[in-house]
Design a protein around this ligand. Structure first.
Ligand code: NAP
Ligand code: G4F
Length: 348
């Protein structure tokens, strides 16, 4: 068999970059779908040293004919649909756009594949947000869904339409129900990276504090490079099935802040309650964390905790990085990043 070709939508995102690197190392030819933006900056691909190795094509999930032409032209063996409006908070502000991309966008790809390449292997980036107001703890493949945001509801449609095309047309189309996964390449709007980048900037005197929302929310946080391996494994399986991908541990936003602050060298103590609560660095007496209702969600997902037993038993996948190691990796990467930004600014 010749070189395998993979099409990754959302190539400019966190997972797109790690998956592209992983597939290139496996000898794949990687076509990266980019919806096109005015900056044209592939900083994540550059950070991984693969910006020259990925063939970039313009691919927007809003436009069916665009998707059809790309699929017909490149005829990929595997399609990984990672493109999405992926920020839950923004989905409350842009519910229609979120649904156009995350729900109908998936149907557009499936329709194009049904016409041009029904034999393809298709991965849909489903999410633990489907469990939302959780109906059981921990959550596995049999736990009923109860999404809590326009994002979650849009991904619910995507989950079921993927399953429907598998059952109706016999396509190899699967859902990876991935719990939160983070890395130094995570977007700055997500809470983990907001914390590590913000603390690094405070350390270097570039900002005074970070303003957060609900510190009690709990997430099952894993390390992104390991999660893209699970995506690939799902497409190599003998039969198309849906899998939960998680660590099996849950931690609060508060715990994340505390470990990141410790790695950063702060002595964090909490004072006050609710939106009046403050995180103070005992060494300097300065407030470095504040709370604002601006960052609370209209409907919150209080706790996510996944059970990854099925993917371990059937495909041999398991997480390798602990929660503390994850925080440490992200915090150290942001300290290095901000330090290099400060040095670059000084030499200007
Ligand atoms: P991400 O960093 O936000 O990347 C998503 C990518 O989708 C971005 O590069 C974005 O392009 C692109 N995109 C947005 N609208 C598009 C459109 N209309 N057409 C084509 N591309 C579009 O997200 P991620 O963390 O890598 O996550 C990858 C996927 O997994 C997403 O579908 C997300 O919902 C899902 N997921 C993520 C997690 C997690 O914890 N990371 C967990 C479960 C599921 P721009 O770069 O131009 O904005
Ligand atoms: O980092 P977050 O924005 O991620 P969230 O909402 O869990 O969604 C991420 O994971 C999903 C998988 O479960 C993906 F499907 C989705 O695409 C995305 O990658 O927020 C995590 C928690 C929330 O409970 C939020 O209320 O942190 C809480 N939080 C507290 N303060 C905050 C903040 N979140 C953000 N973004 N910013 C804050 O200041």
């Amino acid at each position: 068999m010749g070189v395998k070709r993979a099409l990754i939508t959302g190539i400019r995102g966190q997972d797109g970059a790690y998956l592209a690197k992983f597939l290139l190392e496996k000898g794949y030819e990687v076509i990266g779908g980019d919806r096109r933006s005015s900056d044209g900056d592939y900083w994540r691909l550059k950070a991984l040293g693969i910006d020259k190795e990925v063939k970039i094509v313009y691919l927007d999930l809003l436009e069916l004919t665009n998707i059809m032409r790309v699929i017909d032209k490149y005829k990929p063996d595997e399609v990984y649909n990672l493109a999405a409006q992926s920020f839950v908070q923004a989905s409350f502000e842009q519910p229609l756009l979120t649904s156009e991309v995350n729900a109908l966008g998936v149907l557009r790809i499936l329709e194009a594949l049904r016409v041009f390449m029904p034999e393809v292997r298709f991965y849909q980036a489903s999410t633990s947000e489907l469990f939302g107001k959780v109906q059981a703890i921990p959550q596995d493949e049999n736990t009923p869904f109860y999404p809590r945001s326009p994002y979650g509801v849009s991904k619910l449609f995507a989950f079921w339409i993927t399953k429907n095309y598998r059952e109706a047309y016999g396509m190899f189309a699967v859902n990876g129900i991935l719990f939160n996964h983070e890395s130094p390449l995570r977007g700055l709007e997500f809470v983990t990276r907001k914390i590590t980048y913000g603390l690094a900037r405070i350390k270097y005197g570039l900002q005074d504090k970070i303003i957060l929302g609900n510190l009690e929310a709990k997430r099952d946080w894993g390390y992104a490079p390991e999660y893209v391996e699970a995506m690939w494994l799902m497409l190599q399986a003998d039969t198309p099935e849906d899998y939960v991908v998680a660590t099996g541990e849950t931690h609060s936003v508060r715990e994340f802040v505390e470990i990141a602050a410790e790695v950063c060298g702060f002595q964090l103590v909490w004072k006050g309650k609710g939106t009046e609560e403050r995180g103070i660095d005992q060494k300097t007496g300065k407030t470095i964390i504040e709370i604002s209702s601006e960052f609370y969600r209209p409907a919150e997902v209080d706790i996510l905790l996944g059970n990854p037993r099925k993917i371990y038993e059937k495909l041999g996948w398991k997480p390798r990085t602990s929660f503390r190691e994850l925080v440490q990796i992200m915090m150290e990467a942001d300290l290095k990043l901000v330090s290099s930004q400060v040095r670059a600014h000084r030499t200007l």
